[in-house]
Design a protein around this ligand. Structure first.
Ligand SMILES: CC(C)(COP(=O)(O)OP(=O)(O)OC[C@H]1O[C@@H](n2cnc3c(N)ncnc32)[C@H](O)[C@@H]1OP(=O)(O)O)[C@@H](O)C(=O)NCCC(=O)NCCS
Length: 179
């Protein structure tokens, strides 16, 4: 899949590059990221290398993932990450985290909207799914403000911190993306 950069909502969303590895490592040590994402624990620099090289860079090449670094359109600087896992049949699953210094400013919401708009328009997806651990209120708020409808609780559907946890699941259809 051809790499793309998105400009929307005052943000620039660009594909990952090797130079992003130390930043991915830093943010992955954040307590909320460790709590709510399925990532190795303890987290090593090699885990960040794997994420950037295999999931982000190779993911574009194979068409399995579209992963973006979020920056402000007006000035460079990494704010967060939004990505889609693609099933090859017209659906995607969204994932995101923000650098702790960039949280609480609406950046995640604007970035999620931008990626979903791109996915519906450019990739022609018919559905984007969101999953989060039950209790991850900030993630749910971002999803709902971005146009997702929370549909159900899936029992024990995620593995976090070495154990299974219940998950909220939601989805958005192209017609539901906020204007
Ligand atoms: C989830 C995350 C990306 C949100 O980033 P953010 O920059 O704070 O997001 P936004 O500013 O766009 O919106 C956050 C919303 O959640 C709300 N919120 C944040 N923490 C909250 C909490 N503990 N309880 C209730 N609401 C909360 C904010 O008030 C805001 O809603 P509002 O605009 O209605 O006030 C960030 O917290 C994060 O990186 N968390 C760790 C990783 C993670 O959980 N990723 C999602 C996995 S599914």
């Amino acid at each position: 899949m051809e790499r793309e950069t998105i400009t929307a909502g005052g943000l620039l969303l660009r594909p990952f590059v090797e130079a992003d590895i130390p930043w991915v490592y830093e943010v992955s040590l954040d307590p909320l990221v460790r709590k709510y994402l399925q990532i190795p624990d303890p987290y090593q620099l090699s885990d960040a290398e794997y994420f950037v090289r295999q999931m982000c860079v190779a993911g574009w090449d194979s068409g399995a993932r579209a992963e973006f670094v979020v920056e402000a359109a007006s000035r460079p600087g990494r704010l967060g990450r939004v990505g889609l896992g693609l099933d090859g049949a017209g659906a995607g699953q969204i994932g995101y985290w923000m650098d702790p210094v960039a949280r609480g400013r609406g950046v995640a919401t604007a970035a999620v909207r931008a990626v979903c708009g791109w996915a519906f328009g450019r990739l022609g997806l018919g559905l984007v799914e969101w999953r989060a651990e039950v209790g991850n209120v900030a993630s749910r708020r971002v999803a709902e403000k971005s146009g997702f409808t929370v549909e159900a609780v899936l029992r024990q559907r995620l593995v976090h911190r070495g154990g299974r946890v219940d998950a909220w699941v939601g989805s958005m259809l192209p017609s539901e993306l906020p204007a």
